[in-house]
Write a protein that binds this ligand. Structure first.
Ligand code: ADP
Length: 455
């Protein structure tokens, strides 16, 4: 069911219930007034009749009753009965009148209570009347013709009013919900136009302050993120293909040149050495790309084995030095560190070592003295590892972008690299619920701080 139809029905239901309650209240309060008014008329008539019959010792009171002179006006179809408390009938204006509740009425009147009840269309009233010596029960009955007619008219009016209000409620509800939902319909029709090739489109935000405006704003923000990530993905594929094609073209060229004529064993050896280097760089790139794909697919790690961060640092140092003997890697604990328990991290040892090796490699690669100062310690519930070098530094504009895949700083172009290392580091640290902070000054050096949650 459409929201518009549902809202209209709810509108109709609420309006209908309110109208029904109001109509019932009006009807019953009117009915009550009518009965009270009529009963007080009947009461004064009954008292008059009792006085006529008992006090004036006038047993043939019917004549006087019919004339109605000097007494309250006659009531429609009125009839009266006077009985002793022993149920002897002293007087009745209608000898065919049969009253089933007579015992009940006398019982109540004896107990000094007034009785009011309904018999068919008749309002029946029972009261006691005393002549001084004796007490009698006086029963009067009459039809409130005007009152009942008035109630009938009221019923018809209320039913008509209810029907008209229900129709008005449904029309008003339909238009109101249509107006209220119009901004949503606009958003929906705009969203329909947005496809993968038109992610630059946005939905109208209206005044941007109400709920729908906020929804449109949130949706636009999501579109912005989608557009960026889609563009990044497109860039990523283009860059990755380019990075893989460069060594492949180089290998192709070298083999073609090699095959032009017969070569000496040394020439073959040197050419193969260069091809091997290109193949290694391709393997390295594909490994990093695979790791990025794996870590971004896995998301933050849950239950992981616990490892000491300094052990990973020592291992990374050893491996880096094996392949790059010129690197100077100095690792030392922070003065704040008091307990080795504070530097235990829950995570993937291989991934963390890869991230740390990348940072060590960058620091040494981009410094003329090929050295890096590493300090580890802890603050609150975090493990802190700082990598500091005195290298070329990173231009301010590049700092935010260097964690994007394949982005390389302006001043780093002459250095070997693919621009994939830091984005892999960032992904690994994010997967371990950690953060990475980079501060740098061109020509002075770079400081990279890793914060990892302590286990
Ligand atoms: P790569 O080093 O292969 O270019 P990275 O993703 O590791 O790729 O680094 C991205 C860029 O960040 C580098 O090209 C460089 O401009 C800059 N960078 C990273 N680390 C350092 C550093 N320690 N000193 C100076 N520049 C750095």
């Amino acid at each position: 069911m459409q929201i518009r139809t549902r809202l209209t029905l709810q509108f109709l239901l609420i309006g209908g219930i309110i109208m029904l309650i109001a109509s019932i209240a009006i009807y019953y309060s009117n009915a009550n007034f009518r009965r009270n008014d009529f009963n007080s008329l009947l009461r004064s008539r009954a008292v008059s009749v009792a006085k006529l019959v008992l006090d004036s010792y006038e047993y043939n009171a019917n004549l006087i009753l019919r004339s109605g002179s000097g007494y309250p006006n006659r009531l429609p179809e009125e009839k009266y009965m006077i009985l002793s408390f022993d149920k002897d009938t002293l007087y009745t204006s209608d000898k065919f009148w049969k009253l089933n509740e007579i015992n009940y009425i006398i019982g109540q009147v004896k107990a000094d209570k007034e009785v009011i009840l309904r018999q068919d269309q008749f309002e029946v009233l029972g009261i006691s009347h005393s002549t001084g010596l004796y007490n009698f029960a006086v029963i009067g009955a009459a039809i409130d013709k005007d009152g009942l007619l008035h109630m009938k008219k009221l019923r018809i009016i209320l039913i008509i009013v209810c029907l008209i209000s229900l129709i008005s409620f449904s029309i008003a509800g339909w238009f109101y919900s249509g107006r209220a939902l119009k901004p949503i319909s606009d958003v929906v029709s705009n969203v329909d136009d947005i496809t993968i090739t038109s992610l630059n489109l946005r939905v109208p935000e209206g005044n941007g302050a109400d709920e729908i405006g906020r929804l449109a704003k949130t949706f636009n923000k999501m579109l912005e993120r989608l557009e960026t990530s889609f563009a990044m993905q497109k860039n990523f594929i283009a860059n990755a293909s380019h990075e893989l094609r460069t060594p492949l073209t180089s290998i192709n060229g070298q083999i073609e040149v090699l095959m032009m004529k017969d070569r000496t064993a040394d020439e073959y050896k040197s050419a193969l050495g260069s091809v091997l280097e290109d193949i290694r760089s391709m393997i390295d790139l594909s490994n990093r790309l695979l790791l990025i794909a794996r870590t971004s697919a896995e998301g933050p790690s849950g239950q992981s084995p616990k490892i000491r961060i300094d052990e990973i640092l020592w291992q990374a140092q050893e491996e880096m030095k094996k392949f790059n003997p010129s690197f100077h890697i100095n690792i030392s604990p922070d003065s704040s560190l008091t307990d080795s328990e504070q530097i235990i991290v829950a995570g993937d040892e291989y991934l963390l070592k890869t991230a740390i090796s990348n940072l060590i490699e960058n620091a040494c690669k981009y410094s003329s003295d090929n050295s890096v100062e590493i300090k580890f310690g802890s603050t609150d519930r975090w493990i802190k590892v700082i990598f500091e070098d005195r290298g070329i530094g990173i231009p301010e504009d590049d700092i935010k972008k260097i964690i994007e895949p394949f982005y390389r700083g302006n001043n780093a172009i002459s250095y070997p690299g693919t621009g994939i290392g830091l984005s892999l580091v960032n992904q690994i640290i994010k997967n371990h619920n950690g953060t990475i902070k980079i501060t740098s000054e061109v020509g002075v050096g770079t400081k990279i701080t890793l914060l990892l949650p302590s286990a």
